[in-house]
Design a protein around this ligand. Structure first.
Ligand SMILES: Nc1ncnc2c1ncn2[C@@H]1O[C@H](COP(=O)(O)OP(=O)(O)OP(=O)(O)O)[C@@H](O)[C@H]1O
Ligand SMILES: [Mg+2]
Length: 501
């Protein structure tokens, strides 16, 4: 019996034109939590895909419990006791909860007969582990993205896996859900399960990891290190290759600035509690709250995606009725970047330049309506550089990019349309720490040019560093509005104080 449950030896993976992994090696002990960290496009998900049988390595081998294995497909990984939660959602929308949870049992022949009662029992037990109480018969399509994510985690956890691979499991769940998840992961470690944990949230890494492997540009950065020999700064330095300074922006005064957007008592059928706020020219307004606090819904009402029932909305002092996003954008120059960026905003089969260019089309069309490909490509190149989009060139298919790099394209699409008011929903979820700073710089730069920005974020540090004012949401209500002194200690106490009220 080996001390290691999983050993990766000299793994190389070459996609057409891209060396995603270059001679990567590391080992996972039994019953340890092993964190895999690195910038967007470093190769983390590719490693997960190799261990879970989605891709075969070009070179190198994987050993499970000391024995070399060819993990030729996901079914083989399952047989070997490897459970996985991929970065991309992987539930079958036309199946109900129980069917999704028991899918592997049936499809790999572990269960020969479909026993509904047994499936329901298994589904309930699985959900209980992660604090979900849903009807096993319920369809999964209508669940929120957070619930879907928890369900996938529940599924992976109930597979009696020896190894569990979690690729950014907390990117789209609430803080409370994340706490439950981290607790369950620790519990699994107690039970002897080995876990590979990928996250861009470094606090999480330090909370649960026993050891850390850093990947940069598809290669190992040094040896695997015990987590307690590292701190945040050191880890970032290993990931990025240099020291990294997180910028804090100055306190600004907007007393005399004109109000560009004003909502007075806006409510809808779904969210009957009226809410008000105002946004000044050139200001960054943070909307803080936990996932599910009602910020996205409110934004959708403001920009006309969801119908408003009561209240008035003024743009530049004029009462308006916005009935579609098209109208918000074209008539009022309000742009919204959704948190469900991949679902709502990307043409995955198209190139980077076609994705960024499509929305900038109006800007880059000549009067006669001709598209200047040169201008389109120039704009795309500019964003590829400033957001460090990792791709061979701007003509590659968007589907072939890493999760974080796809996110960056969505952000670029929103940034390049020259709006006067922007609402950006969770701008840095799934984005590596270095680019996070770049995105903050871009948002700050836009505001300095007079563009007013609402940043919806569940990341208190992000809002305290960036926003001029912070509006606090809880349970579909606005609980407070605070001038931001940019001092993390005072601000987080104040924000949490208004949530607890
Ligand atoms: N199917 C594919 N075809 C071509 N290239 C790919 C494919 N999958 C991944 N790549 C490339 O491999 C590299 C590593 O991507 P990977 O998804 O492993 O990164 P990651 O570390 O998971 O990043 P993120 O933090 O953004 O999720 C990237 O350059 C990506 O474009
Ligand atoms: Mg990834």
């Amino acid at each position: 019996m080996s001390e290691y449950i999983l050993e990766l030896e000299n793994i190389t993976k070459i996609f057409p034109g891209v060396k995603a992994l270059d001679d990567v090696s590391f080992k996972i002990k039994k019953g340890e939590i092993h964190a895999l960290v690195g910038e967007n496009g470093a190769g983390k998900s590719t490693l997960i895909n190799i261990i879970s049988g989605v891709f075969e390595p070009t070179k190198g081998q994987v050993k499970v419990d000391g024995k070399a294995e060819h993990i030729v497909n996901p079914g083989r990984a399952f047989e070997l006791g490897i459970g996985v939660v991929h970065q991309e959602r992987n539930l079958i929308d036309t199946f109900n909860i129980a069917e999704n949870i028991c899918f592997m049992d049936v499809s790999t022949g572990k269960t020969k007969f479909v026993d509904k009662a047994a499936m329901h029992k298994k589904a309930r037990e699985a959900m209980q582990r992660v604090g979900l109480e849903l009807d096993p018969e319920q369809g999964v399509e209508e669940l929120t993205s957070g619930k879907k994510q928890m369900l996938e985690i529940a599924r992976a956890m109930c597979m009696d896996s020896k190894v569990l691979l979690l690729d950014e499991p907390t990117a789209s769940i609430s803080l409370t859900e994340a706490e439950i998840l981290l607790k369950t992961v620790k519990q699994l470690r107690e039970e002897g399960v080995s876990i590979i944990y990928i996250s861009h949230k470094l606090e999480e890494i330090f909370e649960i990891a026993d050891s850390i492997t850093v990947i940069r540009d598809g290669k190992n950065v040094g040896q695997t290190l015990p987590a307690d020999t590292l701190d945040k700064d050191k880890l970032i330095e290993l990931m990025v290759g240099r020291r990294h300074v997180i910028e804090t922006y100055a306190v600004r005064d907007f007393k005399d600035a004109p109000v560009v957007l004003e909502a007075d008592g806006i409510s809808s059928k779904k969210n009957p509690i009226p809410k008000s706020f105002s946004l000044k020219k050139g200001e960054i307004l943070g909307w803080y709250g936990l996932v599910g606090a009602g910020r996205t819904e409110y934004a959708r009402e403001i920009i006309g995606i969801d119908p408003v029932r009561n209240g008035t909305l003024k743009v530049n002092g004029q009462p308006v009725r916005i009935s579609s996003y098209e109208e918000a954008f074209r008539k009022h120059k309000i742009c919204y970047i959704s948190e469900n960026r991949k679902e709502e905003g990307l043409f995955l089969q198209h190139s980077i330049t076609d994705n960024i260019g499509i929305i900038a089309l109006k800007m880059i069309c000549s009067k006669a309506g001709f598209i200047s490909y040169k201008k389109q490509n120039d704009i795309t190149e500019k964003y590829k550089k400033s957001l460090s989009i990792k791709a061979k060139d701007i003509f590659v298919e968007t589907a072939s990019l890493s999760g974080g790099n796809q996110q960056k394209i969505c952000i670029a699409k929103g940034l390049c349309v020259n709006p006067e008011i922007m609402i950006i929903d969770e701008p840095t979820v799934g984005i590596d720490v270095n680019t996070k700073g770049e995105i903050h710089k871009l948002i700050y730069g836009l505001s300095s040019q007079g563009i007013s920005v609402i940043v919806i974020s569940s990341d208190m540090g992000e809002l305290v560093g960036l926003a001029d004012r912070i509006v606090v949401f809880k349970d579909n209500e606005i609980k407070g509005e605070l001038e931001n002194s940019k001092d993390y200690g005072t601000m987080s106490t104040k924000v949490m104080g208004s949530i607890l009220l």
